[in-house]
Design a protein around this ligand. Sequence first.
Ligand code: 13P
Length: 251
Amino acid sequence: MHLKPVIAANWKLNHTPSDARAFLQRFLAQAPKLHERTLIFFPSAITLTTVVDGLKDRPEIWVGVQNVHLEAQGAFTGENSVLMARDVGARVVLVGHSERRHVFGETDAMTTKKMALIAQARLTPMLCVGETLAERESGQTTEVVERQLRAGLSELDDAQIGSIMLAYEPVWAIGTGRTATPEDAGEIHGGLRRALVSRVGEKAAAGIPILYGGSVNRGNASQLLAAPDVDGLLVGGASLDADSWASIVRA
Ligand code: 13P
């Protein structure tokens, strides 16, 4: 099965609501409706409503959040909840992004809990997995990404797993200008697909988009997208500029 590619912009801690309004004006002017792509924006929680409003005439474009708290509500000053995200129109939630894991100390146990919480709220979790440079150089890539995958799926039933998205983001490629080659990405994605097949079977596994992320830009996007089992792209830096993003979504 060939999946409709998912092209996602992770804005991280960039773009104020005013920046987002200007970005969308410029981007939408050059982005006719793309039937053959699913587009997702992950703005900051504060910018989210502005992006939802800016896309009200483009319901085919999805909006998501970069993180949610482990609990759906309560005395957790400073956090954002899955229920709030859903209420303002988010459809997807990033889980276990490498910056959450490595800057904020998010553990596999936390990703387990968040995946279950998000699935119960009937939003789509996008689980991010990826090895550090040291792990890669010591030959642990497969072990690390499969451990992160197992943790993310461990409290989901088969139907819930069938509706997740997965992103392979090697930590050494994020924001560094170093990209996995299409061959490398294809190999890791193939391993992730096999792990999904053994968990939920061939048919469900074939329906789960596996995105690649890590220094994707307009020059390498189409080659990466053409690699086997690469069903989409999760883009950081190169998604911040409207023109660059417009050319990546057409890759
Ligand atoms: P860059 O595209 O800036 O390397 O970031 C990738 C990423 O972390 C997307 O989630």
